[in-house]
Design a protein around this ligand. Structure first.
Ligand code: NCD
Length: 348
């Protein structure tokens, strides 16, 4: 079985028909080798996607992985299109990853930062976005501290909108890249037990992971200080635990979420040392866990808080693989939305 076949087979999707252009690469949006349904103009969250749609993104990312040698070769799928990055909140990896993904696919990119824009001169969020769109933008990648900001853009713009993190709500491409990384290392999602550990209350990454993992048949346990794990989270189909040591023996993957101090209003635990002691991943805990435990973290990581350096750099960690996979997931998401955008334009 080839790597691509195993990636397609792993999620139990129907036999994939991979249609490629010259040299095995998809050269035009119309030739995109999709394995299942999509049909979405925007990517705003995983809550509104079906399992089949999620698998379509994961499978296309797996295709790009193979076809572009891990995302290192350039394609021309998005040639002639313009992708705008609208980041109203700090970002290192997500912003860079989206820019690189767009350029790897042949698109032009425009970068916009809130602090250097006319927003500081009083222009509204929508007016800024409409101004940027009037320059001929096809896709907009938006990060904003307010939940729902990308949804608002989607209602006002003709461009396709990708949510790159809206406050504490969702961060769909991070959820997808985490799930892709798990699928690639474990060969499946269904039947796995995944623990999301830390600041669940303020984490958009937790919410996107939960929606995606539950839809694909994983058991999700959220674990953290009781002040950082809201009770309502059970409604999303997860189990709740307060002790990492209790759940570790039954866990296949652990995703360590940063304590989002910048989003907290008040003290949620007595000290960082106590947090690290109860919920940090360290060598002792690794020794008590399953031998194949996969350790993920969306980053930025705080060494000594969510995890110790020996775990971050050790054999269980796939933290840097997540970053590389993020490029592939964003290439897949951008192409799927670009195809819908083009269909709408052709129909107009
Ligand atoms: C996450 C985010 O911004 O929500 N980071 C990321 O996108 N890689 C998680 C975090 O900030 O802790």
């Amino acid at each position: 079985m080839t790597r691509l076949e195993s990636a397609f087979g792993a999620v139990g999707s129907a036999q994939a028909t991979v249609v490629t252009g010259a040299g095995g690469l998809p050269m035009q949006l119309a030739d995109l080798p999709t394995s299942g349904p999509w049909g979405e103009k925007h990517l705003l969250g995983l809550e509104r996607l079906t399992a089949a749609q999620i698998n379509t993104v994961l499978d296309l990312a797996a295709h790009y992985d193979q076809a572009t040698n891990g995302g290192t070769e350039r394609l021309s799928v998005l040639k002639g299109l313009v992708v705008a990055n609208l980041f109203f909140e700090n970002s290192t990896r997500t912003r860079t990853s989206f820019s690189l993904a767009a350029r790897r696919l042949g698109a032009d990119t425009v970068d916009f930062t809130a602090s250097s824009s006319s927003l500081s001169k009083g222009e509204t969020f929508i007016d800024t976005a409409l101004t940027i769109e009037a320059m001929g933008i096809d896709l907009v990648v938006c990060r904003h501290r307010t939940p729902g900001a990308p949804h608002l853009l989607a209602r006002h713009l003709k461009a396709g909108v990708l949510n790159a993190g809206d406050g504490t709500h969702e961060h769909p491409t991070q959820g997808l890249l985490d799930i892709y990384t798990i699928r690639k290392h474990c060969g499946r999602i269904a039947g796995l037990t995944v623990a999301l550990v830390g600041d669940i209350r303020h984490s958009r990454v937790a919410r996107s992971n939960i929606h995606g993992l539950v839809k694909l048949g994983a058991r999700v346990i959220v674990c953290g200080p009781s002040t950082l794990v809201p009770n309502e989270i059970r409604q999303l189909g997860v189990d709740v635990a307060w002790s990492l040591d209790d759940i570790l023996p039954e866990v296949d993957c652990v995703n360590l979420l940063r304590v989002q101090f910048e989003r907290q209003r008040g003290a949620f635990f007595p000290s960082i040392a106590e947090y690290a002691n109860l919920f940090g991943m360290n060598g002792d805990r690794i020794r008590k866990a399953r031998p194949n435990l996969l350790v993920l973290a969306p980053g930025p990581i705080n060494r000594g808080v969510e995890l110790t350096p020996d775990v971050a750099d050790g054999p269980h960690s796939v933290i840097l693989n997540q970053v590389s996979n993020g490029l592939l997931i964003r290439m897949a998401a951008l192409s799927l939305l670009a195809r819908e955008h083009q269909k709408k334009q052709d129909a107009a």
